[in-house]
Every structure is written in structure tokens, then in C-alpha cells.
Design a protein around this ligand. Structure first.
Ligand SMILES: NC(=O)c1ccc[n+]([C@@H]2O[C@H](COP(=O)([O-])OP(=O)(O)OC[C@H]3O[C@@H](n4cnc5c(N)ncnc54)[C@H](OP(=O)(O)O)[C@@H]3O)[C@@H](O)[C@H]2O)c1
Length: 298
């Protein structure tokens, strides 16, 4: 009879992580290393290796020939469209894929801006491509679709609002910016990826990953500004007045960087059900309790 000696350490599981230098990816990388995984990661910028961590320099359209031939799991925390084009002919064999997409695949589906509609379509097509390729390769894929992400100080949503408000001491919103939001912390997303990889109920499935609290846009911004020292003032204008001021700012060319449809969406509910992710892999995101460090301050 063969038996493993009590002194034989279990083999460390091996992951290939794309986007490991990004907001979600960095949180996932820290968790995987902490949990004893060996990690190979890709970045377009050369980075220093660490214990159990090997960086490869390259990009999806310029893959280095050094990636491992076999891993236990591939995590995609970078652009889903580019991952979906690389993965069908990937040289790294792997039974388990966990990829991040976005709930923008639904929320921007009927946007007035053609670029946003195209993004929604691209996200949906990319997700379908990942599932089809996984099936063809005998792997199990899971697609994770976060809502509005915060927590790393690198996002283009609340961190941008914080930066703008700290610069001028004031942030202006229309009174009817009451669309429902579910901000989700990067570490809850990293925990979700870590849990999903081991959950058979997540195989072949896509999950929305909202935050643990649903609140309206104005309350979300007010709570964010209130955690800062000194706290910038939130100036609330009647909707019509705000729209007139916005039109004037637009005419003066002062709205560069504001995504199309951003103001319209402040008035729209963007709400998703965490129930399926909770049932499949115990997803339990935190309530929205902002702190300055979550916006890169202090
Ligand atoms: N942030 C949000 O609010 C949000 C909301 C919903 C969904 N998501 C989705 O979640 C995922 C991660 O988001 P994030 O905010 O963590 O991203 P992020 O901070 O912008 O990081 C993007 C990562 O992708 C890598 N990357 C970019 N282009 C690449 C390329 N051509 N080849 C290889 N790697 C490339 C970058 O690596 P290097 O720069 O080191 O090369 C970086 O690590 C994305 O799919 C995003 O669409 C984000």
C-alpha cells in the first residue's frame, strides 16, 4: 500500500495571473501568495520576482515564450477582450479559468453613446468566447462581473471624484442623482476569485459581484467626501440648474475626462443580485464604509 509520508508537504498549487499589477489583480496576487500558491504573472512592465512569484514581461498580443506549460488555474484580471482572444490558443494547459468582466456588459447595452454600446457588446462577446474556448479545451471557466469598484485608490470612479473634490474643495451633483449603486471593494472581488476557483457550482457560470450595500449615488458620494480630512463640500443643485451648468461647462470645453452618459447614469439604478454568487461560493461583500486609504490618501 502506498501512503504519503506525514513529513511530505502538499504540492503548492500553481496559478497564472493576468492583470496582477492592477487594482483587483494586486489584491488577488497577495491572497494567492498568502494561501501558499506559486504564481506566474504577466506585466507589460518588468517587475521584480518574489518568493513563490515569477513575473514575465509581455502583453496578450506579445506573449513571452516563458509562460508555464501547465498550471492549476488561470486568473484574468486585465482586459477581458484581449484575454478571450489569447486563451483559445494558449500554450499553458489549465483545468480552471476565473476571468473578470463587468456588469457594464448589461448597464451600457442600451447607452446613448455608440462607444459605450460597443463596449457592452465587446464584453458579452468576450465572455462567450472564454466559455466556448474553455469547453473546447476541457476546462471549467467562471466569469466574475463586478459593479462599481473602489478600494485601491486607482479606480476612475470614486477615486476620481475624491481627487476632483480635494482640488477644488467642493463637488457638485444634481439633486436627482438618486440612482441606486452597489460599490464593491477590490479585496471582496479578490476573495470572490479565490473562493470561486474551488467551487464546482461556479464551473461554466457567470456571476454579478455587487457590493454589500445598495445606496443612491448622492449618498455614496456624500459618504465618500465625509470620510476625508478636511471634508470637501457637496453642493447639490436642482436638476435643471445642474444640467444648465453642465451644458455651459461642455460648451467651454471643461468636461474632458467625463465619460459619456456618466451624468445620465447618476439618475439610473444599476443594481445586481449577489444571491447566485453567495450560493455558489459564499460571496459576502462588505457594506460601503469608505476611508481615506481606499482613495490613495494617507
Ligand atoms: N475598476 C472598475 O471599476 C471595474 C469595474 C468592473 C469591472 N472591472 C474589470 O475588472 C478587471 C480588472 O480591473 P482593474 O480595475 O483591476 O484593472 P486595472 O487596475 O486597470 O489593471 C489592468 C491590468 O491589466 C493589465 N493589462 C492591461 N493591458 C494589458 C495587455 N494588453 N496585456 C496584458 N496585460 C494587460 C495591466 O498590467 P500592466 O499594466 O502591468 O501591463 C493591469 O495589471 C478588468 O477586466 C475590468 O474591466 C473593473
Amino acid at each position: 500500500m502506498t501512503s504519503m509520508s506525514a513529513s511530505t508537504p502538499p504540492r503548492a498549487r500553481h496559478a497564472l495571473v493576468f492583470g496582477a499589477s492592477g487594482a483587483i489583480g494586486a489584491a488577488l496576487l497577495a491572497r494567492l501568495l498568502e494561501a501558499g500558491w506559486t504564481v506566474d504573472a504577466l506585466s507589460r512592465t518588468p517587475r521584480a520576482d518574489g518568493p513563490q512569484l515569477r513575473w514575465h514581461t509581455g502583453a496578450f498580443d506579445a506573449m513571452p515564450g516563458t509562460l508555464p506549460a501547465q498550471v492549476d488555474a488561470i486568473f484574468s484580471c486585465g482586459p477581458l477582450d484581449q484575454f478571450s482572444l489569447w486563451y483559445p490558443s494558449a500554450t499553458s494547459a489549465c483545468p480552471r479559468i476565473v476571468a473578470f468582466g463587468s456588469t457594464s456588459d448589461a448597464t451600457k447595452q442600451a447607452a446613448s453613446d455608440p462607444g459605450e454600446r460597443e463596449l457592452a457588446m465587446r464584453l458579452r462577446t468576450s465572455g462567450e468566447r472564454v466559455f466556448a474556448a474553455a469547453q473546447a479545451r476541457g476546462a471549467a471557466a467562471t466569469l466574475l462581473r463586478p459593479t462599481l469598484v473602489y478600494g485601491s485608490g486607482r479606480d476612475r470612479n470614486l477615486s476620481l471624484i475624491v481627487a476632483l473634490a480635494r482640488r477644488s474643495g467642493v463637488f457638485v451633483l444634481p439633486a436627482d442623482a438618486r440612482g441606486q449603486r452597489q460599490p464593491v471593494h477590490v479585496d471582496d472581488l479578490a476573495a470572490a476569485a479565490q473562493a470561486a476557483v474551488d467551487a464546482p457550482a461556479a464551473y461554466g457560470q457567470a456571476f454579478a459581484l455587487p457590493g454589500g450595500e445598495t445606496l443612491d449615488y448622492r449618498t455614496m458620494v456624500a459618504r465618500t467626501l465625509a470620510c476625508l480630512q478636511p471634508a470637501p463640500r457637496l453642493l447639490v443643485l436642482p436638476g435643471v440648474l445642474f444640467d444648465a451648468a453642465l451644458w455651459a461647462a461642455h460648451r467651454a470645453g471643461r468636461l474632458q475626462g467625463l465619460p459619456p452618459g456618466a451624468v445620465t447614469r447618476m439618475r439610473e439604478d444599476l443594481v445586481f443580485d449577489a444571491g447566485p454568487a453567495q450560493a455558489a461560493f459564499g460571496y459576502a461583500p462588505r457594506a460601503f464604509r469608505p476611508a481615506p486609504s481606499m482613495f490613495g490618501i494617507g
